[in-house]
Design a protein around this ligand. Structure first.
Ligand code: HEC
Length: 105
């Protein structure tokens, strides 16, 4: 009995995380990126100077960093420039922009 319910729970959680991942809308992320991020990170998220390259980063990596910035945690030497940018992002914004960045090379 216990094994059966553990399997059912795992299946339910897998289905849920699938929904969460699908929630990242790369098209919406592209619009957000162009308006709010490209001025520093570059039109193609290729990075420039002190602004890190974001293109091609895994969704989970981008999300983890954005959440740290939003939470006020120090990430790199120039966190003070980036933290205010993340502060205004909703969870959906973060998921969308992370999905978009992962589509870039
Ligand atoms: C005012 C310039 C500026 C803008 C605008 C900006 N960033 Fe940043 N971003 C930075 C800087 C500087 C860093 C490096 C911060 C550090 O040292 O921790 C950074 C770092 C990051 C990182 C971590 C990269 C890594 O690999 O360490 C991510 C992810 C990121 N930015 C995403 C975004 C997103 C998404 C937007 C738009 C919503 C955005 N940034 C807008 C300046 C900016």
């Amino acid at each position: 009995m216990k094994i059966v319910s553990a399997v059912a729970l795992t299946a339910a959680l897998t289905a849920l995380s699938g929904v969460a991942l699908a929630a990242g809308d790369a098209a919406a992320g592209k619009t957000l990126y162009g308006g709010s991020c490209a001025s520093c990170h570059g039109m193609s998220a290729e990075g420039q100077g002190i602004f890190p390259k974001l293109a091609g980063h895994a969704v989970d990596d981008t999300l983890a960093k954005l959440k740290k910035y939003k939470a006020g945690e120090q990430v790199g030497a120039n966190t003070a420039m980036m933290a205010p940018m993340a502060a205004g992002l909703s969870d959906a914004d973060m998921a969308n922009v992370a999905a978009y960045l992962a589509t870039l090379k």
